[in-house]
Design a protein around this ligand. Structure first.
Ligand SMILES: [Mg+2]
Length: 271
């Protein structure tokens, strides 16, 4: 029996905020939703009821399901997916590998060494962000897990040219930029989801890796897989990203989340 590893991005891949639902049918025909995240006492993220059942099925299948997110551990801790708690989870874009909910110290040390060797410091990047961002559209400046930075922006006022210039500045320093909804992430290039997924694959002796994701920060995750899926929305859809083994779904919004889970389970039956 082959061991399958299923590593999926969460936000706008499996779980969706109200703003990202993308429901197009008449309200009377909309699917029933399950809230999987509460923030400051209010519902924040959802899956469809069908997706909830599929997640439960995936969690109980032979596949090793690994939630793989750019979220900090604290932000991830707010999410309560249906199904048994996953043995492994990847947070902070690969910076933390959780094993039974605890960050693996050896993995942390390996990540820290790579970042020190290969890219500019977080302090330098933050200083640049603070210096060049315009208070007209900058709502918040945040550091995640002392590993990377992100800005919360007023998207309608954010100049494309600024994002492009930042992307070039960052690239020269070994960092990468990803714009997802109201959040602009600036992340060290060696800090990847795929590196952490490969480590989990090694530990569980996985023979096949299945992945899904919607944003630029998922590019390496999709490329590291034997088979992968991306929704019809998001940064990767906007650039028309394709890759060997990648299935591009037509579905957009929360319907895509359901379809991705169906694909994972279908691949498991064949695998
Ligand atoms: Mg995402």
């Amino acid at each position: 029996m082959t061991t399958q590893l299923v590593a999926s991005d969460l936000d706008r891949t499996l779980i969706y905020s109200a703003a990202a639902l993308g429901l197009t049918m008449p309200d009377a025909e909309a699917p029933r939703l399950l809230c999987v995240e509460v923030y400051q006492g209010k519902p924040l993220s959802y899956v469809t009821e069908n997706a909830a059942a599929l997640l439960d099925e995936l969690g109980r299948s032979r596949a090793v399901f690994v939630p793989t997110t750019t979220r900090t551990r604290e932000q991830y801790g707010r999410i309560h997916l249906p199904g048994p708690p996953p043995k492994f989870a990847i947070c902070a874009n690969g910076g933390h590998l959780l094993v039974d909910g605890v960050s693996d110290p050896d993995w942390q040390a390996r990540v820290a060494r790579r970042l020190a060797d290969e890219c500019a410091t977080l302090d330098e990047v933050r200083a640049h962000l603070v210096r060049t961002a315009d208070p007209a559209w900058l709502l918040k400046e945040r550091v995640a897990e002392d590993l990377f930075a992100y800005l919360v922006v007023e998207r309608s006022l954010l100049p494309d040219a600024w994002v492009k210039e930042l992307g070039e500045w960052a690239r020269e320093r070994g960092w990468t930029v990803s714009l997802q909804g109201r959040k602009l992430y600036v992340v060290p290039r060696p800090l990847t989801k795929s590196a952490a997924v490969r480590e989990v694959a090694r530990r569980v002796d996985a023979e096949e890796i299945l992945t899904a994701g919607d944003s630029l920060l998922d590019t390496d995750l999709l490329l590291a897989a034997d088979r992968s899926w991306r929704p019809g929305h998001g940064e990767l859809a906007d650039t028309g990203f394709v890759a060997p083994g990648l299935t591009v779904l037509e579905e957009r919004g929360i319907a895509a989340g359901e379809e991705i889970l169906r694909a994972f389970l279908g691949a498991g039956e064949r695998g």
